[in-house]
Each structure stands twice: as C-alpha cells, then as structure tokens.
Design a protein around this ligand. Structure first.
Ligand SMILES: CCCNc1ncnc2c1ncn2[C@@H]1O[C@H](/C=C/CNC(=O)c2cc(-c3ccc(F)cc3)cc(O)c2O)[C@H](C)[C@H]1O
Ligand SMILES: [Mg+2]
Length: 214
C-alpha cells in the first residue's frame, strides 16, 4: 500500500529540516505543500498573522482544535514562553501519529500535549485531566461546522476567561458562516477579521480573532 499525504509530508521534514529547529520544520512543510502537494496547513501567509496574535497574547495555556499534521502546533509551540503549555486535540490516530513525529522533530514535545479523541469529549475533561483553569488562547482549525458547538462547550465548561483570545482559521474558505454569525452577534465577544489568502494559493481566506469579554 502506498504512503499517505501526511506520511509524505513527514518524509519531507525528515529529509529537508534540521532536527530541533522549528523554523526549518515550518519551511520544509511550506516548501513541500507549495511546490509538491497542497495540504491544509494554516500555511506561511496566515501563519504570520497567527504568529503576531500569539506574540501579542503570549499565552501560558493554549488549546488547538484539529492538529492534523502538527504544522500550526509547531508554529504555536515555538513562540510559547518557558513553562507555557499547548494542548492540541486530534481524533484521527493516523494524523496524530504523524503530528507527534513532526512535533518531536522540531524539538517541541515538552511544550505540547497531543490528546487523541474528539474535541466534544475532551473539552469537558480539560480541567480534571490537565489541571487547566482556563485557556488564554484557542486556535480553531478542525471541522468548520464544529467551531460553534465547541466554542459554546468551552464557555459552558468555564474554560474561557475575560480576555481569552479565540483565533479561527478558514472563516472564508472553506468558510465558517455560523461561527462568524455567532461571535459577531454575541455581546460576549469582540471580533476582528484578518484578511489573507488560503494556504499556498491566491484564493481569499482569513482568520477571525474573537476576544471573550466574560
Ligand atoms: C467530532 C468532530 C469534531 N471534533 C474533532 N476533534 C478532534 N479532531 C478533529 C475534530 N474534527 C476534525 N478533527 C481533525 O481536525 C483536522 C480537520 C481539519 C479540517 N480543516 C479543513 O477542512 C480545512 C480545509 C481547507 C480547504 C480549503 C479549500 C479547499 F479547496 C479544500 C480544503 C483549508 C483549511 O485550512 C482547513 O483547515 C483533521 C483532518 C481532523 O481529523
Ligand atoms: Mg485550516
């Protein structure tokens, strides 16, 4: 049986990146996905926006929904201050296995906890399992129709605090219309759209940053 796209992406990292160097892992994936085969990483262009929001928030606790191959996991973890933690949730075991290897290749395994399973089951367990009081930052990049239910679940589980920043990928392409409606019409969020392009293409896409007001 042949390899999968994530496995080929991992091979490209092992071949072209330097072990322990997150920047080289990010560049190797971006090069592979731009010139060899496209993949749904947040990418280099939207990645710069992710970097700037992260630098501004400087989260002690961060959550990512939808690890996939770990590209944005590496982008986030490389910017975390010492002692800060990123929990990333992925329910596909094959993707999780590739992501673990890419995160380890970047040398960021001590800053990242990859939890395998559906977000709907794991979010209610965050406090008891990982000792999380609340998240400072949440990156939403899983199935787009799950952004609203999981945001509501994070609220209901008391995992958001005044000032928590949610950053959602793909609000234009493929689109998350219900999510945009939800955060824009809610008095509990202050939202801002960051216009960009779909990873490795000229198609418009963007990130929506929403601050929870409590
Ligand atoms: C119970 C489920 C919910 N709970 C869950 N709990 C845990 N893990 C979950 C859950 N739901 C999903 N996941 C995991 O997250 C990942 C899923 C990521 C989904 N991302 C997209 O669909 C997308 C598409 C395009 C795109 C744009 C243009 C095109 F032409 C084609 C594609 C671009 C983009 O940037 C995109 O992020 C991973 C594959 C999947 O196993
Ligand atoms: Mg995405």
């Amino acid at each position: 049986t042949g390899s999968t796209r994530p496995q080929r992406m991992l091979k490209a990292v092992q071949k072209n990146a330097t072990k322990g160097d997150p920047e080289s892992v990010i560049s190797a994936i971006d090069y592979y996905c731009r010139h060899k085969e496209w993949a749904m990483n947040v990418g280099d262009e939207k990645g710069l926006i992710l970097d700037s929001v992260l630098t501004e928030v400087n989260p002690s606790t961060a959550l990512e929904l939808g690890t996939y191959c770990g590209y944005s996991t590496v982008r986030i973890a490389r910017l975390l201050s010492p002692g800060s933690k990123l929990i990333t949730v992925e329910f596909n075991p094959d993707f999780a296995a590739v992501a673990r290897q890419i995160i380890a290749y970047a040398g960021l395994q001590d800053k990242v906890t990859l939890v395998e399973g559906p977000s709907g089951d794991l979010i209610p367990k965050m406090k008891e399992r990982f000792g999380i009081k609340s998240f400072d930052f949440v990156f939403l990049d899983h199935w787009k129709d799950r952004y609203v239910p999981d945001t509501k679940l994070l609220e209901d589980c008391g995992l958001l605090r005044k000032g928590t920043v949610l950053l959602a990928d793909n609000v234009i392409c493929p689109g998350a219309p219900e999510y945009l409606k939800y955060v824009k019409n809610s008095a509990h969020y202050e939202s801002q759209y960051y216009k960009s392009n779909l990873e490795y293409t000229k198609v418009e896409d963007g990130l929506e940053k929403s601050v929870f007001l409590g």
